[in-house]
Design a protein. Sequence first.
Length: 230
Amino acid sequence: MAPLVVDAEAVREFLDRAEQAFPEPDWARLAAALDARRGQARKVFSSWDGRWSRAPAAIRLSEEERQRWERLLEPHLAAIEAGDAVGFLRGVAPGDPPPWVVDWGTYWISCLFPDRTWWARWLYLPGSRTGALPLVLEEPEALEADPTLLGRYARVEQGVAFFGEVVASWRRLPQFPDPERAMVGLALVYAVYLFTMAAWRMTTEFTQVLPPFSGVVRSLLGLKRWEEKV
């Protein structure tokens, strides 16, 4: 199996650029928002309205699609509430679920149990092999060492954990507790990538109307969707 190794120098460069773009007062606000979500997650997850409205993966689902998926996902809610990501993924895998289902389920697991990994589509999308994780791995193809759903999730977990260890070893992002530091760091990585690509492809006039950097990070972490419903 191909080794999964984080490129420490790439991580350092991404974080240096992200910290320059992130306003100092916004760090405390971001940490507070994540803390608030942790405290509210179990109550919000107790209803389908909360399960759909707060999860970024479900934003574009029609009401008809939501009703259909409620029936399909109902048997797997207990695994989510128990923090059993493997059980959830094993349960939905036979149906060859669309990427948003994996994103949605692991999002809620990570909200309820911050030490579990949220497999967001911006973190890693297997079909196109894009996302934040491939940007910081020496060999991104290592994520496909086991292309099954459970195998990919295991590799994503390993990549997130490795990234978190690198960031913690440098005492970077001290505003965030260990379980969340890695996901915050990877959101910063992906935001830097998005802004860099926009700068290459867009005129100066268009780049000036982009949302603020910290707002993009909050959006990636699903906080804007959450706060809109408070």
